[in-house]
Write a protein that binds this ligand. Structure first.
Ligand code: ADP
Ligand code: MG
Length: 566
C-alpha cells in the first residue's frame, strides 16, 4: 500500500510526531520533520507525472483495487496521518476542486519548494525571509506565465490538443486522439458563450467493449439495469421506443405503506386473507391508475416499485423504471420539464413532462433508456467503454480532468505550452528578475526557480531520459529565446510544444503555482505541531469515489466535486 512508507517511517499513526520520529532528521529542527513528511508524500506521487508516468496500484482496506496515475485519486485514497503531509493532500484537493487538473504537478512543486527551503534553512535563512521570497517569486512567476499565453486561435483543433494533453497516459496516440475528439464534442455541446455547463453532461462508465466503442449520445442516458436502477416491467408488449413520450417522476417507493409499528398483519381466516389481498390489490391498482391517468408513458421512480404494480403498468403499456438515482431524477426534471412528485396521489397531468423520444437500448450487457428532446438539445451523454470496470473508471477519471481543462480554456481563451516549457520559461524569467533583487531574497527567488524546474526534470525521468541533460538543453533553448520549448517524451529532445500540440490552460498553471506556494509557505511558517481538540464538524470523509461532475454551491461553479462518491 502506498501509504505504508508514510506510516512506518515518517508518520507514526495516532500520535503527534516530533522531529525525532523522522529518520535521519536532527531533533533540533521541527521544520525539517514536517518537510520530510510532506516531501515523502510528494516523492510518492512524483513518478506518476506526465504521459510516461507510472500507475499506482491502490489497495483499499476492503480489498478493492484501483489502478490510477491520477495524483488526486491517489492522495485521496492514501491513509495519511502526518499533519504536514496532510497539508499537501489539501493542496491536491484544492487544485482538483478549482482546476480539475494539475494535481500531481502542484504537489510535486510544493514538495520541491520544501526541499529548497530545507537547504535555505540550513544555510541560516530565516523562515520569514523564505516565505517573503517565495511570495515575491510567485507574483513574478505569474507575471511571466501570463507572457507565455499563446495566441492560438480557439478552434476545435486547439481544444483537441488541450484534451490530448490532459488525457495523457494509458493510451496510444490514436486512443488519445479518439478520446480527445469525444471530449471536445461533448464540451462544445454543453458550451454557451464560453461557459461549459457540466449539468448538461452525463458520463457513464459501461464495462465491455474497447474504448473505441465510447460514444456520445444526444440526450440523457439513464441506466435501467444496474443494481441501482432497473426496468421492472419491460414486458414483451412494451415498445423499445416511445415517441412523444409523456414522463412522470415519482420520488418515493411504489408500495403498500405500513405505518411504523404496524408492520405485521395477523391473518386468522381465509376470509381475512381474501380481504387483505383485495386491500393490497386496490392499493396497487390505485398507484397504477394514478400513473396511467396522468397520461404517462414512462415513469421513473426514485425507489423500488412493487412487482404487482410493474405488471399492472406494463399491461397499460407504461414503462416503469425503478431506483433512478436522485441526481438523475433532477436531470430528468430539467430535460423533460416534469416535476417529481412525492407520491402517486399527488401526480397530476401538470406534473408530467415530455420527451421527443425515449429509447431503450442495450449496450454491452447494460440496459439503458435514452431520453432525448431534439427541440431543446439540452443534454448530452458520454458512454465510456472499456474491457474491465477498472479501465472504464480510470477512463472516466481522466476524461473528467479533460472536461475541466476544456471548460477553463473556453472560459479564459488562454493556454500555455506544456511539456515543461512553461515552467522552464518561468524559471528563466525568475532568474533574470532575481539579479535585480539587492538583498537575500535574491537567493530565495533563485531557489524558487530551481524548484519549478522539477516539472521538466520529472517528465524527463519518467520518460527514461537524463533529467540534468534535459534541463540544460531546455535552459539553453529558452536562453536563446525559444520560449515554447519543452521535452518531447518520445525522443527526449527539446521541441516546440505548440507545434507538438502539448498545451494546457493558463488557469491550471496559475493555480498550480499559487496553491503550491501557499502550502509550502504555510509549512515553513509552522515551527511545531501541537495536538488540538478535534472539531467533529470539520472531520471530513476523504475516501472519495470516482467523482461526478457536480457544481459546487459557492465560489467556483465549475469546481469538481467528489460528492457522489462510491
Ligand atoms: P497533473 O496531475 O499535474 O495534471 P499529469 O500526469 O496529467 O499530472 O501530467 C501533466 C504534465 O504532463 C504536464 O506538465 C503536461 O505538460 C505534461 N504532458 C502531457 N502530455 C505531454 C506530452 N505529450 N509531451 C510532454 N509532456 C506532456
Ligand atoms: Mg493532468
Amino acid at each position: 500500500m502506498p501509504s505504508e512508507t508514510m506510516s512506518d517511517k515518517a508518520v507514526p499513526r495516532s500520535q503527534v510526531p516530533t522531529a525525532a520520529d523522522v529518520d535521519g532528521v536532527p531533533d533540533e529542527d521541527p521544520h525539517l520533520a514536517n518537510f520530510t513528511a510532506a516531501r515523502i508524500l510528494s516523492d510518492t506521487i512524483r513518478s506518476t507525472l506526465g504521459p510516461k508516468g507510472l500507475d499506482k496500484l491502490l489497495v483499499s482496506s476492503d480489498g478493492k483495487l484501483i489502478v490510477t496515475n491520477d495524483g488526486a485519486s491517489i492522495l485521496d485514497r492514501m491513509e495519511i496521518d502526518h499533519p504536514a503531509a496532510r497539508m499537501l493532500v489539501e493542496v491536491a484537493e484544492e487544485q482538483d476542486a478549482r482546476a480539475g487538473d494539475g494535481t500531481t504537478t502542484a504537489v510535486v512543486i510544493a514538495g520541491e519548494l520544501l526541499r529548497t527551503a530545507t537547504d535555505l534553512l540550513e544555510k541560516g535563512f530565516h523562515p520569514t525571509t523564505i516565505i517573503k521570497g517565495y511570495h515575491a517569486a510567485t507574483e513574478q512567476a505569474l507575471q511571466i506565465l501570463t507572457e507565455q499565453i499563446t495566441d492560438s486561435a480557439f478552434d476545435d483543433s486547439t481544444l483537441r490538443a488541450l484534451a490530448r494533453t490532459a488525457v495523457n497516459g494509458k493510451w496510444d496516440e490514436d486512443g488519445r486522439a479518439f478520446l480527445a475528439r469525444r471530449a471536445v464534442e461533448v464540451a462544445r455541446f454543453a458550451e454557451d458563450d464560453g461557459v461549459v455547463d457540466f449539468e448538461r453532461i452525463t458520463r457513464k462508465a459501461i464495462t465491455g467493449g474497447s474504448y473505441y466503442d465510447t460514444e456520445v449520445i444526444d440526450g440523457l442516458v439513464i441506466n435501467t439495469d444496474t443494481s441501482s436502477t432497473e426496468v421492472v416491467s419491460p414486458g414483451p408488449n412494451l415498445p423499445r421506443t416511445f415517441d412523444d413520450a409523456t414522463v412522470a417522476l415519482v420520488d418515493s417507493e411504489l408500495t403498500i405503506e405500513t405505518a411504523s409499528g404496524q408492520g405485521t398483519v395477523t391473518i386468522d381466516s381465509p376470509a381475512q386473507r381474501a380481504d387483505f389481498d383485495s386491500f393490497e390489490k386496490s392499493i396497487y391498482r390505485d398507484h397504477a391508475r394514478r400513473i396511467v391517468d396522468s397520461g404517462a408513458d414512462v415513469v421513473f421512480c426514485q425507489k423500488a416499485i412493487d412487482k404487482p404494480i410493474r405488471y399492472l403498468l406494463a399491461g397499460e403499456g407504461v414503462l416503469a423504471v425503478e431506483r433512478t438515482r436522485r441526481d438523475e431524477l433532477q436531470k430528468l426534471q430539467r430535460v423533460t420539464g416534469a416535476s417529481a412528485v412525492p407520491d402517486t396521489d399527488r401526480l397530476t397531468p401538470a406534473d408530467t413532462g415530455t420527451a421527443d423520444r425515449i429509447e431503450r437500448r442495450t449496450i454491452g450487457d447494460t440496459d439503458l433508456a435514452v431520453v432525448s428532446n431534439e427541440s431543446e438539445t439540452t443534454h448530452t451523454s458520454l458512454l465510456l467503454r472499456g474491457g474491465t470496470e477498472r479501465v472504464v473508471e480510470e477512463t472516466k477519471r481522466v476524461l473528467d480532468d479533460c472536461f475541466y481543462v476544456l471548460k477553463l480554456a473556453l472560459r479564459d481563451e488562454a493556454i500555455v505550452p506544456g511539456g515543461g516549457a512553461a515552467e522552464t520559461a518561468v524559471a528563466h524569467g525568475l532568474r533574470q528578475h532575481a539579479r535585480h533583487i539587492p538583498d537575500r531574497k535574491q537567493i530565495v527567488v533563485e531557489a524558487y526557480a530551481d524548484a519549478i524546474e522539477v516539472v521538466p526534470q520529472t517528465l524527463a525521468t519518467t520518460g527514461g531520459y537524463d533529467p540534468v541533460d534535459t534541463l540544460l538543453a531546455l535552459r539553453t533553448a529558452h536562453h536563446d529565446g525559444d520560449t515554447t520549448t519543452g521535452i518531447d517524451l518520445d525522443t527526449g529532445d527539446p521541441t516546440d510544444m505548440l507545434a507538438a500540440g502539448v498545451v494546457e490552460p493558463f488557469a491550471v498553471k496559475r493555480r498550480i503555482l499559487t496553491s503550491a506556494t501557499e502550502a509550502a509557505n504555510l509549512l515553513i511558517r509552522v515551527d511545531d505541531v501541537v495536538p488540538a481538540a478535534t472539531d467533529e464538524a470539520e472531520e471530513e470523509d476523504h475516501d472519495h469515489g470516482p467523482g461526478e461532475l457536480v457544481a459546487q454551491d459557492e465560489g467556483y461553479p465549475w469546481a469538481i466535486g467528489h460528492s457522489m462518491g462510491h
